[in-house]
Design a protein around this ligand. Structure first.
Ligand SMILES: Cc1cc2nc3c(=O)[nH]c(=O)nc-3n(C[C@H](O)[C@H](O)[C@H](O)COP(=O)(O)O)c2cc1C
Length: 190
């Protein structure tokens, strides 16, 4: 049972990468095997079917998709852009939904997988609205999304330089969510 933890941000000092690393740490403390890839893995060309027809499926997209294929659980944090999750994350999910070969099983990166969602932002809602959209997107891709989710408002006040989440109420909510996520994964994947 392997878990991939990633965030939908390409900012160097991304709050959401910090938050997802906290969740990854909690999952490891609970005994899970967690991969946190370098943020650049989501930096892919804009999906373009003509590009695929002309040049084939991009190597960077192949690397990203195989990461998803090789993990059963996803811990995902995404910034909220105008009430939505980011175009960076949408693009990366779209690439992984495209078959490289006709015989490839459909949605093999997603089908039967489990995801837990979180968000943070400098604002008072903590990116909460974007998570609803991300949930719909993942369910369209046949991912089972945990009902619980965590949003963390006022990111610069509560995520410190050492990568700690100092909002103890939110930290406990995150810990509970990670536990529920791991329990569900164990039930489904052993
Ligand atoms: C185009 C754009 C739209 C944004 N819209 C929202 C928003 O709807 N809600 C919100 O809380 N923050 C919004 N923000 C601010 C982000 O929450 C902030 O930039 C945050 O640091 C991004 O997450 P990151 O640090 O993980 O990259 C927006 C930022 C951008 C660039």
């Amino acid at each position: 049972m392997k878990i991939l933890a990633f965030a939908g941000s390409n900012r160097e000092e991304s709050w959401n990468w910090k938050l997802v690393r906290v969740a990854a740490r909690l999952a490891r403390e609970a005994g899970a095997q967690v991969t946190v890839p370098p943020p650049e893995v989501l930096n892919l060309p804009m999906v373009n079917e003509d590009l695929v027809a002309r040049e084939g499926y991009p190597e960077a997209a192949r690397r990203w998709k195989s990461l998803l294929v090789n993990h059963q659980g996803f811990l995902i944090a995404s910034p909220e852009y105008n009430g939505f999750f980011t175009p960076l994350l949408k693009n990366a999910l779209d690439w992984a939904s495209i078959k490289e070969h006709p015989e490839e099983p459909s949605l093999q990166a997603f089908r039967g997988k489990v995801a837990a969602l979180m968000a943070t932002s400098p604002g008072s809602l903590g990116g909460l609205r974007g998570l609803l959209m991300l949930r719909i997107q993942l369910e369209n891709l046949k991912v089972l999304v945990l009902p619980q989710q965590v949003s963390v408002p006022y990111a610069p006040r509560v995520l410190d330089k050492e990568g700690n989440l100092t909002d103890t109420r939110r930290l406990e909510a995150l810990r509970r969510m990670v536990q529920e996520f791991l329990e569900l994964l164990r039930k489904l994947h052993g």
